[in-house]
Design a protein around this ligand. Structure first.
Ligand SMILES: Cc1cc2nc3c(=O)[nH]c(=O)nc-3n(C[C@H](O)[C@H](O)[C@H](O)COP(=O)(O)OP(=O)(O)OC[C@H]3O[C@@H](n4cnc5c(N)ncnc54)[C@H](O)[C@@H]3O)c2cc1C
Length: 414
């Protein structure tokens, strides 16, 4: 019992924590609600057999923990032949690339000027202060609302950093075997310690240890790592058992909403990325490294109001109709399109965390131990929240909190 731990959630965060603890000879049980591991990484196939990523897809060069995890299991990263950051605006007046590059510099200047105060201003208010053309401002707003899955009025201006940090040119990376390959590799390594189909329904946390109830049974351990998505900390069946500082901190964050689209390609096209500046979605075609084009047009639309406008709950029809109008020359099998939403997924309830203006959530409360309880998950990382990297770093931190002999995550920068 002394060196025993229960990990709730077999996403990258929970699996990383479990992996570290097992390496330090802890007796670990991972309880996962779904019948698969990987959580918000979920690779699948489209109607034409092409790989699709229902969740995470892009790997930034600075995602060092993720890249190291892939290297450990021999999982290859492949070049896309296009840049995740460079999306040609469509659906409005043309915006020259040089104007976008100049706009990014203006964003960097504005963030430097705002300093700590960026946390109290909304993205909408900050964009209004930028000295850029209307076309650039509209493209920036669409880019941020789409990626941060929240209207610009509901986002702290700190989210502008995603523009400021964007490299001006790059050839983006993806995980060739699918974004869920690292989670699957970790789970295979952990073996029977990972128990699928066991949603945790109740928690009993006291200073001497924890008891955890699932649909299948009850588990007891000295420590617990809670690695479920942010949205569940507020209203999961076990939320009442969480300490008030944890629930208060979680309530200070926002939950982003987004959907992904998959349309099989019926012919060869160049890798490319387009941002519909009036519908807050972007679409791309991309290579599979040297193997050439992955025969799929993928899309990502963000913010709940935009998902409602695109009527994603009714399927892909409205979204693909718009794409057919915007990009009529692409060889698309519109009838075979599919869409993935996350707001209606009971074990995610959104895509990732974000920060509303003025809320200044107490992230440190999510990064320290509360008796036997430790939290993990992308939302608990201070640098890479919202990314696979943040999930892995959080798992490393959680394992360190449980067993201080294990190392904490290293320094990180975007
Ligand atoms: C559409 C989309 C696109 C994204 N794009 C990118 C990208 O391009 N690049 C990038 O780096 N990141 C991206 N991300 C973010 C990335 O996927 C996440 O940050 C990361 O995977 C989160 O990992 P996690 O372990 O914190 O949470 P999760 O992966 O959500 O894992 C939590 C686990 O807890 C389980 N769980 C929930 N409730 C219970 C319960 N009651 N009992 C037991 N288990 C439970 C869940 O089923 C899940 O498996 C994207 C995410 C989405 C959704």
């Amino acid at each position: 019992m002394e060196r025993s731990a229960i990990v709730i959630g077999a996403g990258l965060a929970g699996l990383t924590a479990a992996d570290r603890l097992v390496a330090a000879s802890w007796d670990v049980t991972v309880l996962e609600a779904r019948d698969r591991v990987g959580g918000r990484t979920w690779s699948d196939r489209a109607a034409n057999g092409a790989r699709i990523e229902r969740g995470a897809e892009w790997v930034e060069e600075a995602q060092h923990e993720l890249i190291a995890l892939c290297a450990r299991f021999g999982i290859e990263l492949v070049r896309a032949g296009m840049s995740y950051h460079d999306r040609r605006p469509i659906g409005g007046p043309p915006v020259p690339q040089e104007a976008i590059v100049r706009g990014r510099a203006a964003v960097r200047d504005l963030l430097a000027e705002l300093g700590d105060g960026a946390a109290d201003l909304s993205v909408a208010d900050a964009l209004a202060r930028l000295d850029v053309t209307d076309g650039v401002r509209t493209a920036f707003r669409a880019r941020i609302e789409c990626t941060a899955g929240t209207p610009a009025t509901g986002l702290a201006a700190t989210h502008l950093s995603m523009l400021a940090e964007a490299p001006d040119d790059a050839d983006s990376l993806r995980i060739g075997a699918g974004s869920d390959a690292p989670a699957r590799a970790l789970a295979e390594h952990l073996g029977a310690r990972v128990r699928l189909g066991e949603p945790v329904t109740a928690l009993d946390i006291d200073p001497d240890g924890v008891r955890c109830t699932t649909a299948v049974g009850t588990y007891a351990a000295a420590r617990i790592v809670l690695a479920v998505p942010l949205a569940l900390l507020g209203d999961a069946p076990f939320a009442d058992a969480l300490p008030a500082p944890v629930r208060d901190a979680a309530a200070g964050f926002g939950v982003a909403q987004a959907a992904k689209l998959f349309v099989p390609l019926t012919g060869d096209v160049d890798p490319q990325a387009h941002l519909d500046a009036h519908r807050d979605y972007w679409v791309w075609t991309a290579n599979e490294g040297d193997a050439g084009l992955r025969p799929i047009l993928a899309g990502f639309a963000g913010s709940m109001p935009m998902l409602e406008r695109l009527e994603v709950d009714a399927g892909p029809a409205t979204w693909v109709e718009r794409i057919g109008e915007m990009l009529p020359d692409l060889p698309l099998d519109l009838a075979a399109a599919g869409v993935q939403t996350w707001h209606d997924d009971p074990y995610a309830r959104g895509v990732y965390s974000c920060v509303p203006p003025g809320s200044r959530p107490d992230g440190d409360a999510l990064r320290r131990a509360h008796g036997p309880l430790v939290l993990a998950g992308e939302h608990t990382d201070d640098v890479w929240s919202g990314y696979m990297e943040g999930a892995i770093r959080s798992g490393v931190r959680a394992a360190h909190l449980v067993d201080p002999a294990l190392p904490p995550p290293g320094p990180a920068a975007h």
